[in-house]
Design a binder for this molecule. Sequence first.
Ligand code: ZN
Length: 150
Amino acid sequence: MVLPLNPNFTKTQTFIPVMQKIEHIGIAVRSLGSSVPLFEKLLNSRCYKTEKVETENVNTAFFRTGDTKIELLESLEADGVIARFIEKKGEGLHHIAFDVSDIKAEMKRLKDEGFVLLNDEPKQGADNKLICFVHPKHTNGVLIELCQEK
Ligand code: ZN
């Protein structure tokens, strides 16, 4: 099936994709202590970095899989976003993060398209990134993260 083109794009307008690639996939886990060795075994690759993200109150662990990374997220508080996510849905896929070159421009574009952003300003994320989340209610249940290298 061929979907109709977005009527907002005129024929003369050049469509430039701004979400160039999947930067990483976020996976919610109960414990990095058990999940890091598990993913090292699964990917046959060493976790190259762990980092505490103060703004989200999570511990993260990163793996490289080609151009894309896997980010494991462990909550640091019983009532944190990751803890509540796991309570509701269990461990598993938490978000997909897209690499953007201009996060503010992309946030404005998505807002203009009617998407709901979870933060009004870009915030400090893991791995030296500026990040913003898009509400999953409007993206078929998938939490989307925009991230821009600082
Ligand atoms: Zn992420």
